[in-house]
Write a protein of this length. Sequence first.
Length: 116
Amino acid sequence: QVQLVESGGGLVQPGGSLRLSCVASGSMFNVYFMGWYRQAPGKQRELVAATIAGTSANYADSVKGRFTISRDNAKNTVYLQMNRLSPEDTAVYYCNVQTLQGIDSWGQGTQVTVSS
């Protein structure tokens, strides 16, 4: 089992920045996917950014050039640096970890609100 704890959400003005953190604990063996999803009110959950096998990174078109995902394997932590935020980025952001053993874990979510 893998436990995930997210932090870093909050209220920010348009154009501002936030950095989300997701600390993982438990059976962190053979993790091949660490990513961030988000879900806005009335919308489906969507993939924002992910690292695959600790190397390549993938981003939703809507966040390319503004968001950066990174990992600190020593701390079992994945980050999402979000710059030039807009009201359209308002959502609950969830961390997701998947392992080769079939573990698929989600964090509790952290609210990001972009508003003036």
